[in-house]
Write a protein that binds this ligand. Sequence first.
Ligand SMILES: NC(=O)c1ccc[n+]([C@@H]2O[C@H](COP(=O)([O-])OP(=O)(O)OC[C@H]3O[C@@H](n4cnc5c(N)ncnc54)[C@H](O)[C@@H]3O)[C@@H](O)[C@H]2O)c1
Ligand SMILES: O=c1ccn([C@@H]2O[C@H](COP(=O)(O)OP(=O)(O)O[C@H]3O[C@H](CO)[C@H](O)[C@H](O)[C@H]3O)[C@@H](O)[C@H]2O)c(=O)[nH]1
Length: 332
Amino acid sequence: MTVLVTGGAGYIGSHAALALLDAGRKVVVLDNLSQGHRWAVPAGAAFVEGDCGDYELVRKLVADHDVTAIMHFAGSIIVPESVVYPLDYYYNNTVNSRALAQAAVDAGIRHFIFSSTAGVYGEPAKTPILEDFPSKPISPYGTSKMMTEKMLADASVAHDMNYVALRYFNVAGADPEGRAGQTSRKATHLIKIASQAATGVRSHLEIYGEDYETPDGTCIRDYIHVSDLANAHVLALEYLENGGESDVMNCGYGRGFSVKEVISAVKEVSGVDFPVKLAERRPGDPAALIAGADRVREKLGWVPKHDDLEMIVRHALDWEESLKTRQVVDAA
Ligand SMILES: NC(=O)c1ccc[n+]([C@@H]2O[C@H](COP(=O)([O-])OP(=O)(O)OC[C@H]3O[C@@H](n4cnc5c(N)ncnc54)[C@H](O)[C@@H]3O)[C@@H](O)[C@H]2O)c1
Ligand SMILES: O=c1ccn([C@@H]2O[C@H](COP(=O)(O)OP(=O)(O)O[C@H]3O[C@H](CO)[C@H](O)[C@H](O)[C@H]3O)[C@@H](O)[C@H]2O)c(=O)[nH]1
């Protein structure tokens, strides 16, 4: 009765592994360490270094560890990079997910939880975004995730395996107890970058455009605390184990903050007035992405504990400071 967590040496997967362990579950992490860190895997979890697309390896570790469910976080996550290297993204996010799903079906795994993204919606016509809005991704990253969602939908009809695809909005923050946080080698996320600027890891922050059709001209996003998101995964697993039907669910709080509001919060909480420069728009940034977030609450009984921008920022800053002592801060 073990949960296989692919990508559990990475940011969100390590928090999910912690949440599973906290809930009394057994966990085995599979990660190729292309982005993650061995030390980020929680102490209570078993670890196998390898690729989630390695069918034989997955079959073996499922048998060795008595795996009954899979949470699939492993993947490549940088939207602009996916535009430059689309085939790499289709390989890692779609082809490898197909192999993992095949191994799951062949091994009789009955429950599968998949890390999807708000990126499947592309440029939505309006916000809040509901799950039944059309999937029209505008990047290879979004398409690679949408294709995996569709594979799982078809596989769940043909085989005895139910699934939930959780479509994350903007994930941020760190474990409140300081046990985990974001340590990606190529940080691109706003709160991570602002935290690095506030703690002196970066010299400054750039705002990518202030001419959007929003109240202050900067983009609005729905920032969700990573520990609330991790908890949604534990609830999704219980839901599937209790016979819940396969579904897709947005993960956000249903409210948004602009880039300037986030920067103000980071300055306020840190007490550091780091330099901010105005830069060109970043291609592919929709003006506003806010989750319609009722389904995850209604179907999973999810009640977030950290729906507070200052708290998210506080935890991100604490983690950034702690990284200095671990000597794993990436060059900015
Ligand atoms: N961070 C976000 O805001 C966000 C938003 C939406 C969706 N997601 C999705 O959530 C998942 C986790 O994202 P994250 O932010 O934790 O990223 P991350 O890069 O911190 O973690 C991904 C982990 O997967 C591992 N990995 C990558 N390819 C692998 C492979 N083929 N086999 C085994 N391990 C592999 C990496 O080494 C890394 O540890 C991803 O699938 C991502 O697309 C993230
Ligand atoms: O240094 C920075 C970094 C970001 N931004 C802005 O801040 C907002 C948020 O940007 P992030 O990079 O933090 O997040 P995204 O909204 O681009 O990305 C999110 O949604 C994507 C799909 O749309 C992926 O799922 C991705 O992993 C997830 O974090 C955007 O308007 C971006 O332009 C800046 O102004 N400066």
